[in-house]
Design a binder for this molecule. Structure first.
Ligand SMILES: CC(C)(COP(=O)(O)OP(=O)(O)OC[C@H]1O[C@@H](n2cnc3c(N)ncnc32)[C@H](O)[C@@H]1OP(=O)(O)O)[C@@H](O)C(=O)NCCC(=O)NCCS
Length: 170
């Protein structure tokens, strides 16, 4: 059977969630930030034979930079099961995510990642947002403590101003 990639536009099943995220109590090492995240609305799943091996979550959102609205493809929940890591699966899904975002005609991709993963994304042509990024949390607006990275899709370059996400981060 080999490798196959499936695109779902519905929530993951409990079984899929458990397989992807249940192997560690803090898979993304993000618990320390105590943030509320929004669920992704689409999912790329990579199967090695019939076995679920890797995942990238996607959603579409609007963000505001310098009073101008931009459509972004949000990327999150990037994970490969431990015994399947190092085989290029997350890289393959990130490439597929970029193809999906191009099909959505978004201006850019936008993701949040911890410092250890910045090189992984920068080697795949994502760049750091150096301006502050604000997001919603319950009743508050906060400056995002996790690094944002962007990848232009239908833009020559991402604008340099502060970014506001009118919603929860992803
Ligand atoms: C990061 C992760 C998704 C990579 O998945 P993968 O299928 O092994 O990735 P690939 O085989 O396509 O690529 C391996 C790359 O991941 C990097 N990587 C793997 N684990 C890493 C870690 N803990 N910290 C930093 N980079 C890591 C490797 O250095 C390699 O980078 P390179 O190809 O640019 O040299 C996987 O290690 C994982 O699920 N980690 C836990 C969840 C997580 O941290 N997700 C990212 C949230 S932003």
């Amino acid at each position: 059977m080999g490798i196959s990639i499936r695109f779902l536009q519905k929530p993951l099943t409990d079984q899929q969630r458990c397989a992807l995220f249940g192997w560690d109590n803090d898979v993304f090492q993000a618990a320390r930030y105590q943030l509320e995240w929004q669920p992704k609305t689409a999912h790329l799943l990579l199967y090695d034979d019939a076995s679920l091996a890797s995942h990238v979550g996607l959603l579409q959102h609007r963000v505001v930079v310098d009073e101008q609205s931009y459509r972004v493809g949000g990327v999150g929940g990037v994970v490969t099961l431990p015994h399947q890591q190092g085989k290029g699966y997350a890289s393959a899904l990130m490439e597929e995510a970029c193809r999906r975002m191009a099909a959505w005609h978004v201006d850019a991709g936008l993701l949040f990642c911890r410092p250890q993963l910045q090189k992984f994304y920068s080697r795949r042509d994502w760049t750091m947002v150096t301006a502050p990024v604000t997001v919603h949390q319950a009743e508050r607006i906060i400056e995002m403590p996790v690094q944002a990275m962007v990848k232009p899709v239908n833009l020559a370059a991402w604008p340099s101003g502060p970014v506001h996400v009118p919603g929860l981060p992803w």
